[in-house]
Design a protein around this ligand. Structure first.
Ligand SMILES: [Ca+2]
Ligand SMILES: [Ca+2]
Length: 398
């Protein structure tokens, strides 16, 4: 290679580095911590320059937690307090659907996620997660039921999963639901936050701080990694998570979760069977008090590094890999709602790494709780508020 070519290559590399302008420019909460690889945090800001408009489909929803587009274009919405409703595509907010079992709505608890059966069009079956009042406290449960033909009630309601142990607070219940291409239901859980509970994220005899893989009719799915090992609970798919309120499968069938970290430690993880994602011994960030996490390191052999992390945190909610035709520039992007940062985050992911981050909807100043793609290719969003809104993102008419 001639010196000229070497010089040109060096200049090109320098230009590429110079063009990487992370969106996050505030001081980190844990500035002494170093990422495990380049681009693991403060990735390059990107601009898709997509012209879109926000249609406010409905207002006045009471702390909506999940939105699930129905095949015909209407939307199924959960409200944290325990109501499930259908909002029509034209914005008519229906009465609460009857037949939803009681929830414990204190703190972060309540009626949480909802997912459609993969064959919803023929079986009208839905699945939802909720904080179930239990003897001595509460815990996350998953139920299924069939939406009546007139869509006013749930029939044949059955609780198909009950997380253990029961604990008495209002924190860290998970619990996003997503169906894999294998037809199994993947459930995310939290660690219940309190220091004495955190070690359970590493314990196989507890559901706390895990992802789970269950059969739609209930019971652990076949082939789970720890089934049959001593006291291990057979539903467990991965371990070592703090509080996952966000999950999505990509077009290659890979399972991604975004979890709430402590101050300075929100993580995007690519979840694989039986792997350990570190919490509470391995994590980025610090306690909300500003103290270091006790005995915690940022990397350890035998634990998986997050694909990406945010310091300061965004407080991630629902997620969606975009596959629609309405926004060609967004195909393959991972959208994540941000509660604390009040925006919609778009991540560009290439070869298993985050190569770009874009922030949308920050101008609206609302905590975003869930984002889903509709059959029309629009993105549907609910905001986390006592007067929550349901938005439809559509291409801007030119
Ligand atoms: Ca959902
Ligand atoms: Ca982790």
């Amino acid at each position: 290679m001639t010196r000229t070519i070497v010089a040109i290559l060096a200049l090109a590399a320098a230009n590429a580095a110079a063009q990487c302008n992370p969106l996050e420019t505030r001081e980190a909460n844990a500035p002494d911590q170093k990422p495990a690889f380049q681009g693991q945090t403060r990735g390059c800001g990107v601009k898709s320059d997509v012209a879109y408009e926000v249609v406010v489909v409905a207002k006045g929803l009471d702390k909506p937690w999940a939105v699930e587009p129905l095949p015909g274009g209407d939307l199924l919405v959960t409200e944290k307090g325990g109501q499930m409703r259908i909002v029509t595509s034209t914005g008519n907010v229906g009465q609460p659907i009857t037949g939803v079992p009681p929830v414990d709505a204190k703190g972060q608890g309540g009626l949480l996620d909802v997912a459609l059966s993969p064959s919803f069009a023929s079986d009208r079956t839905i699945f939802w997660s909720f904080t179930e009042p239990r003897q001595g406290g509460n815990a996350t449960s998953v139920a299924r039921g069939m939406l009546s033909a007139d869509r006013t009630r749930l029939e044949q309601v059955l609780v198909i999963f009950r997380a253990l142990p029961v604990y008495n607070n209002g924190l860290h219940f998970g619990s996003r639901l997503a169906f894999g291409a294998d037809g199994m239901l993947y459930v995310t859980l939290g660690d219940r936050s309190d220091k004495p509970m955190r070690p359970q994220a590493q314990q196989l005899d507890s559901h706390m701080g895990k992802t789970l893989r269950i059969k739609p009719e209930g019971g652990a799915a076949e082939g789970n990694p720890f089934a049959g090992q001593g006291e291990a609970l057979p539903e467990i798919w991965s371990v070592g998570h703090r509080n996952i309120q966000s999950s999505a499968f990509d077009s290659q069938g890979r399972y991604w979760v975004i979890e709430h970290g402590t101050q300075g430690g929100d993580e995007l993880n690519l979840v694989e069977r039986g792997k350990n994602y570190g919490w509470p011994g391995v994590a980025y960030g610090e306690e909300y008090s500003g103290q270091p996490l006790p005995g915690t390191v940022t990397a350890r052999p035998g634990t998986e590094q997050p694909v990406y992390y945010w310091d300061p945190v965004i407080a991630p909610s629902g997620a969606q890999f975009y596959t629609g035709d309405a926004f060609p520039a967004w195909k393959g992007s991972l959208f994540v709602g941000a509660l604390r940062e009040k925006r919609l985050v778009r991540l560009v992911i290439q070869n298993g790494k985050v190569t770009g981050e874009e922030h949308l909807l920050a101008d609206r100043g609302q905590r975003i709780r869930d984002v889903r793609q509709g059959p029309d290719g629009a993105l549907y969003i609910v905001t986390d508020d006592k007067a929550g809104e349901l938005w439809r993102l559509v291409p801007k008419a030119r």
